[in-house]
Design a protein around this ligand. Structure first.
Ligand code: CMC
Length: 394
C-alpha cells in the first residue's frame, strides 16, 4: 500500500545497481567495465570482450587461451538435441527455435542447479551457453534450407566457426572471408551488453524468482524478438526493401513515420536513452561503408538508408525528438552482405548479447544485499468494491 508512482516503460526507475556497462545517452558514450566500446571494437576479439564482461577484467594471454579452449570444448550440442530441429515446421522462426533450445539446454546440462559445476560459480554454464548459441543458430538455418549440418571445428575462431557452420557445404566448400569474420567480430562486440534494456531486464526479472540461467536467458531471447527491440534490425531491412520496391520513394516513408495516425515508425531510429547518435551505430555505419567498398558490393539498400538518415537528421520532427540512427539501422546491411538471411538478424543480436545477459544474471544472483524477487506495483484503475451480481441478474 502507500502511494505508488506510475513510471510507464520504466523510463525513470533504477531497478538494480550494475558495474558492467556505463551509458551516457546525452553524450553518446558507452563503456564496458570502464573501457570505451570504440577501443574494444577496434582492438579485441569478441571472445576477449565476452571474457571481460563475464570476468570483469580483460584476460591475460593464458586466460584468453583457456577461454578459447572452452569455446571449442563446449561447441557441440548433445546429439539428442539435433532431433529438435527436425520437428519445427520448415518456416519456423529461428528466434523461436533459439529460445526453445536455450531453455531446453537446462535439461541436458543441469549441473549449475545441482551445484556440481566442478569449477565453481557459473563459469562452465556461461562458456557452454556462449559457445552453443552459435551452434544452435547455425543448425536452425541449415535445417531451414534442408542442408546437412556442419559441426563446429576446433581450428576456427568464434566468428569463423559460426560463418563456417552457416555456409560450408560438402559439395561447395566455404571460403571464410577475413573481412566478414572481422566485421562480425565487431558487430558482436558492439552488442555484448547494454545495461537494463528490455531483454536484459527480462533476464534479471525472470532470474529473480530463482529460475535457472537457461530459462532466464530464453525469456530474454523472447523479449529481444520484438521489433521495438532486437527485431528492429530485421524490420529495418524489410522497411528498406519496401521502399526500394516502392520505387525508392523514401520521403513517403518519412511522412508516414511522422503521421501520428499511422502506426508506422522509422525502424532503426530513436532510442530510450540515447538522445544523440548511438555510438554503436557510428562504428557500424563506418564498418558498413568499409566492407561495401572493399568487396565492391553495391547494395541499393545502403543508398536508401543513407538518404533516409540524411533527411531524418534535418527534418524538424526527428531533430526536435532527438531521433538518431540506433545500433539496428546499419547492422542488417552488413549481415546481408555476408549472406545471412533477414530472419536470422535478430539471432545475430542474441549471439552478441549473450555475455551481457549471463553477466547481468550473475551480478543479480551474487548481489546478496539487494537480493529480492522483482515485483513491480501498479496504479489500480478499476472499479471500487461493489456488490456481487448473481448470474440471473447480469
Ligand atoms: N519513428 C517515428 N517516430 C518515432 C520513432 C521512430 N522510429 N521513435 C520515436 N518516435 C517518436 C514517438 O512517436 C514520440 O513522439 P511524440 O512525442 O510526438 O509522441 C517520440 O518520438 C518519443 O518516442 P517514445 O516512443 O516515447 O520513445 P521510447 O523511448 O518509448 O521508444 C524506441 C524508444 C526505440 C522503442 C522508439 O524510438 C522506436 O520505436 N524506434 C523504432 C524501433 C527501433 O529502432 N528499435 C531499436 C531500439 S535500439 C536497440 C534495441 O533495443 O534493440
Amino acid at each position: 500500500t502507500g502511494y505508488i508512482t506510475l513510471d510507464s516503460g520504466f523510463s525513470n526507475t533504477g531497478s538494480c545497481t550494475s558495474a558492467i556497462t556505463y551509458l551516457d545517452g546525452a553524450n553518446g558514450i558507452l563503456d564496458y567495465y570502464g573501457y570505451a566500446i570504440e577501443e574494444l571494437a577496434e582492438n579485441c576479439s569478441f571472445t576477449e570482450v565476452a571474457y571481460l564482461i563475464l570476468h570483469k577484467e580483460l584476460p591475460t594471454y593464458d586466460q584468453l587461451e583457456s577461454f578459447k579452449h572452452d569455446m571449442v570444448r563446449f561447441a557441440l550440442l548433445h546429439e539428442d538435441m539435433i532431433h529438435f530441429f527436425d520437428h519445427f515446421p520448415p518456416n519456423a522462426s529461428p528466434m523461436s527455435i533459439l529460445s526453445t533450445s536455450v531453455n531446453a539446454l537446462h535439461n541436458y546440462y543441469p549441473e549449475m542447479d545441482e551445484e556440481l559445476d566442478p569449477y565453481g560459480g557459473y563459469t562452465v554454464t556461461a562458456a557452454r551457453l556462449l559457445s552453443k548459441i552459435r551452434t544452435i543458430a547455425a543448425f536452425s538455418y541449415k535445417k531451414s534450407i534442408g542442408h546437412p549440418l556442419v559441426y563446429p571445428s576446433a581450428r576456427l575462431n568464434y566468428c569463423e566457426n559460426f560463418l563456417n557452420m552457416m555456409f560450408d557445404r560438402p559439395n561447395l566448400p566455404y571460403r571464410i572471408r577475413p573481412e566478414f569474420a572481422s566485421a562480425l567480430n565487431k558487430l558482436l562486440i558492439l552488442h555484448a551488453d547494454h545495461e537494463q534494456n528490455c531483454s536484459t531486464s527480462t533476464v534479471r526479472l525472470v532470474g529473480s524468482s530463482g529460475c535457472n540461467l537457461y530459462a532466464s536467458i530464453s525469456a530474454g531471447i523472447s523479449a529481444l524478438w520484438g521489433p521495438l527491440h532486437g527485431g528492429a534490425n530485421q524490420a529495418v531491412v524489410k522497411m528498406l526493401e519496401a521502399i526500394l520496391h516502392d520505387g525508392g520513394d523514401f520521403r513517403k516513408y518519412i511522412e508516414k513515420a511522422k503521421d501520428k495516425n499511422d502506426p508506422f515508425r522509422l525502424s532503426g531510429f530513436g532510442h530510450r536513452v540515447y538522445k544523440t547518435f548511438d555510438p554503436r551505430a557510428k562504428i557500424i555505419k563506418q564498418s558498413c561503408a568499409e566492407i561495401m567498398n572493399l568487396l565492391e558490393i553495391n547494395d541499393p539498400l545502403l543508398d536508401i538508408a543513407l538518404e533516409l538518415e540524411e533527411i531524418a537528421r534535418t527534418d524538424d520532427y526527428f531533430v526536435s525528438r532527438n531521433l538518431y540512427p540506433n545500433v539496428d539501422f546499419y547492422s542488417g546491411i552488413i549481415y546481408r552482405a555476408m549472406g545471412i538471411p533477414t530472419n536470422m538478424f535478430t539471432v545475430m543480436f542474441a549471439m552478441g548479447r549473450m555475455p551481457g545477459w549471463i553477466a547481468q544474471w550473475t551480478e543479480m544472483v551474487e548481489d546478496k544485499e539487494n537480493a529480492r524477487i522483482g515485483r513491480p506495483r501498479q496504479v489500480y484503475a478499476g472499479n471500487t468494491r461493489r456488490p456481487f451480481v448473481p448470474m440471473k441478474d447480469r
